[in-house]
Design a protein around this ligand. Structure first.
Ligand SMILES: [Zn+2]
Length: 488
């Protein structure tokens, strides 16, 4: 617009000048070296203007010639960069699609065209990872540590690689370094917590858990559960070191954090009873029984009164029965006490519906019921064919519940914060033998999915699809046993 106005103004001025020259005619004569030029003022003015225009055009052409080589180089570099970024984008797509050959070819092309900008390093690392070249992958991720802008991405890649290889020590080292760079990253806090807990570094794990809670990225129920298991781990360590009072305090905190955590209640009660605090022990066990009835809770509770005879124990158990009258665990514990107190008819009344329920599904009642029936028959009628029948049934009856790992699927003799087979944190639950998750082909401890694997910078090696547990517990049961409660 401004340019158009300027052109109009200039044309106006030229017209005014032409009009003025027409009004004031005159001649111009030039004598030079024997040449003589005579013309009117108007023609001389036009010739002068044309000469000025020619000079300006010549100057511009000279400038263009002088700058041409630099412009051509710049244009070629820009084209190269554009092709480089195109290759980078296509390479990342190839990685996402799992196309090994294409990803590697494009990674090389990107490096040739772009050198090694941050994203090209990432593409190289991911394409190496995709082709299963662990050495090259590690090399590329380590190269990323050299640049501040890619250090975190490199650490993330190395962390996931170390975890996949089952090298928890290396994984913990990378996680700590990454945490120092980005202390608020939610997935990192989660991963760091798991690694610290699996290493039994309870103090560090608790601090990480606190940081995660402060970020409000952790589900409050999960945070409470993790804190309880972490505290219980510390309590077990303290007890091993002979610090009984410290152990009792930590176990009680674990019980308060998660009243449904059976092992926390058992340890709190055991240490309280040993310190002469029978009342605290019974209250602790009753509180957890109300949430999740469990055979060990009932047995430990009844053992608080060692002088009781069978009849007294049966009367005392009413207190637990009132808290969970319908629960299968309660009925079974009651039947056991009734057999001991020789109340055979009452015991049968408890067991018959459970046996009928199993038979209606064409199954044997579980081992525990068969054993109870054998004791009942023997106590009532002495050795008989019926007793032998029940003892034979035990061989093929569905197994009793036990502690087992939902990571590696193996049963364990007693509960620990980390699985004694695969080292997974808080993976033990109470379920019938065989209903713990069956182990996958993955190496020990690798069942835990790393949050890092869901991010954009995560290695995109196609992971084995999550497999449901063959013949395993149903989802609902899994949820329940995950909370440390006995399977119903
Ligand atoms: Zn395990």
């Amino acid at each position: 617009m401004a340019r158009a106005i300027a052109v109009f103004v200039l044309l106006g001025l030229a017209a005014l000048l032409a009009a003025w020259l027409a009004d004031h005619p005159g001649d111009v004569a030039i004598d030079w070296q024997g040449w003589r030029i005579e013309t009117s003022v108007a023609v001389a003015a036009i010739v002068l203007a044309l000469m000025a225009f020619g000079l300006a055009a010549g100057y511009r052409f000279w400038l263009w010639l002088r700058r041409a080589p630099a412009s051509i180089t710049r244009a070629r570099a820009a084209g190269r960069e554009r092709r480089g970024y195109d290759a980078l984008a296509e390479g990342l797509v190839a990685v996402a699609a799992g196309d090994v050959g294409e990803a590697r070819r494009l990674a090389q092309r990107t490096e040739v065209l772009l050198g090694s900008p941050p994203l090209a390093l990432l593409l190289s690392a991911q394409s190496a990872q995709l082709s299963g070249d662990e050495v090259a992958t590690e090399h590329h991720f380590k190269a990323m540590l050299e640049k501040p802008e890619t250090e975190f991405l490199g650490l993330r890649g190395l962390l996931v690689q170390a975890s996949r290889q089952g090298d928890r020590q290396a994984a913990l080292k990378y996680a700590r370094r990454a945490h120092a760079l980005k202390p608020q990253s939610p997935w990192l806090l989660d991963t760091l917590f798991s690694l610290q807990a699996e290493a039994g570094l309870w103090g560090e794990a608790e601090a990480t858990l606190t940081a995660a809670q402060r970020q409000q990225t952790l589900d409050p129920a999960l945070a409470r559960r993790r804190r309880a298991v972490t505290l219980l781990g510390q309590a077990q360590d303290s007890e091993r070191q002979g610090q009984a009072r410290q152990a009792a305090k930590l176990a009680a905190s674990a019980h308060d954090a998660a009243p449904d955590l059976v092992p926390a209640a058992l340890m709190t009660a055991r240490l309280a009873a040993a310190a002469g605090q029978a009342r605290k022990a019974s209250k602790t066990l009753e509180r957890t029984w109300r949430e999740t009835p469990h055979p060990e809770l009932a047995a430990t509770w009844l053992a608080l009164w060692p002088g009781d005879d069978a009849a007294r124990r049966l009367r005392r158990f009413r207190r637990l029965e009132e808290a969970q009258p319908e629960h299968r665990e309660c009925r079974l514990a009651l039947a056991d006490l009734q057999v001991a107190a020789r109340r055979f008819d009452q015991a049968r009344q408890e067991l018959d519906p459970l046996i009928a329920a199993a038979e209606s599904q064409n199954a044997l009642p579980e081992t525990r019921i068969c054993r109870l029936m054998a004791s009942l028959e023997e106590a009532e009628n002495g050795q008989s064919e019926i007793v032998r029948d029940w003892l034979v049934k035990i061989e093929t009856a569905p197994p009793e519940a036990t502690w087992g790992c939902h990571g590696c699927g193996r049963p364990v003799a007693e509960w620990t914060p980390n699985c004694s087979h695969c080292g997974a944190f808080d993976s033990l639950h109470w379920a019938p033998l065989g209903a713990h998750r069956v182990p996958t082909d993955a190496p020990p401890g690798s069942h835990r999915s790393f949050p890092a694997e869901s991010g954009v910078a995560a290695p995109l090696t196609p992971a084995a699809p999550a497999r449901p547990a063959p013949g395993g517990a149903s989802e609902r049961q899994q949820d329940k046993i995950d909370a440390g409660s006995p399977a119903e």
